[in-house]
Design a protein around this ligand. Structure first.
Ligand SMILES: [Zn+2]
Length: 278
């Protein structure tokens, strides 16, 4: 699943489209996670893309008359084509620009989204419920401590909740908890203020490292320029164990463990990340 760094890489890859004007919009299959609005061609034709921003894993394309939200879902990718090429099976949506460039959404599993958010996107139902951005100043140790004090859920589950903080997906949750030396099954409310400080620091640095590397989460992930964004990142724990055995921890040599939490795989070192405290 594309995580925040992949989405940011995609956004950066689309920057050459800024100041370009829309010639046409092609909807081949509107049945994504939510239907693509049928009036998008009328809304966007003749309008110019003015800016591209990001909120959580949504790319916000700011046109003259409002904002288009783009989301990659589970398997989507957005390519910038220099000229119109014949669409393939899972190419559901195109924005064709006057200069011939094309923004194309390919999404085999169709959990992605293309939605019109008008001129007040922060009030859109999908955006207004989101917690702070992990790399922004308002995501602090104090904020985390205050907001998990009453939560009994495991800390790994808590940090992946976009109401608490956005953009901490499965890979970065496991990696940040390892780097902060916190067991993923610890009840969120059991973390001390010092542990919250370590975790916030490590979430920020783990994501910053991944952003610098151009995104890393999917073997078949491609940036907007069509080049593989997959970076052979040296994960500490993620993907380094299965049900039966684990590779040695890069810090202490103990075998990495894998467990299931909330239907997702969690990876951790039982030695570096201490005993589960309940
Ligand atoms: Zn270890």
């Amino acid at each position: 699943m594309p995580e925040l760094p992949e989405v940011e890489t995609t956004r950066l890859g689309l920057v050459p489209l800024i100041d370009k004007t829309v010639a046409s919009v092609i909807i081949r299959n509107a049945s994504l996670r939510w239907p693509i609005p049928q009036n998008l061609p009328e809304l966007l034709q003749g309008k110019t893309l003015r800016a591209l921003s990001r909120r959580a894993k949504y790319i916000l394309a700011h046109f003259d008359n409002g904002v288009l939200l783009l989301h990659l879902g589970m398997s989507g990718r957005i390519c910038l084509l220099e000229q119109n090429e014949a669409p393939q099976k899972h190419d559901h949506f195109d924005i064709v620009f006057v200069n011939g460039q094309v923004l194309r959404l390919r999404d085999p599993r169709r959990f992605g989204a293309v939605l019109w958010a008008g001129d007040n996107p922060q009030e859109h139902m999908l955006l207004k419920v989101l917690g702070p951005e992990p790399l922004e100043q308002d995501f602090t140790a104090d904020y985390l401590y205050r907001n998990i004090r009453t939560r009994s859920v495991a800390i790994k589950i808590a940090v992946m909740d976009s109401h608490l903080v956005v953009g901490v997906g499965n890979i970065y949750a496991s990696e940040s908890l390892f780097r902060a030396r916190i067991h993923p099954e610890r009840p969120a409310k059991s973390l001390s203020k010092a542990e919250c400080a370590r975790l916030v620091t490590e979430i920020k640095s783990t994501l910053s490292d991944a952003l610098a590397a151009g995104g890393s989460s999917l073997r078949d992930f491609f940036g907007a320029d069509g080049n593989p964004g997959y970076f052979q990142q040296q994960y500490f724990v993620y993907g380094r164990a299965n049900d039966k055995a684990g590779e040695p921890c890069r810090v202490c040599g103990a075998p990495i463990k894998m467990i299931r939490q909330g239907q997702r795989s969690t990876f951790y070192c039982g030695s570096c990340q201490g005993l589960r405290r309940v």
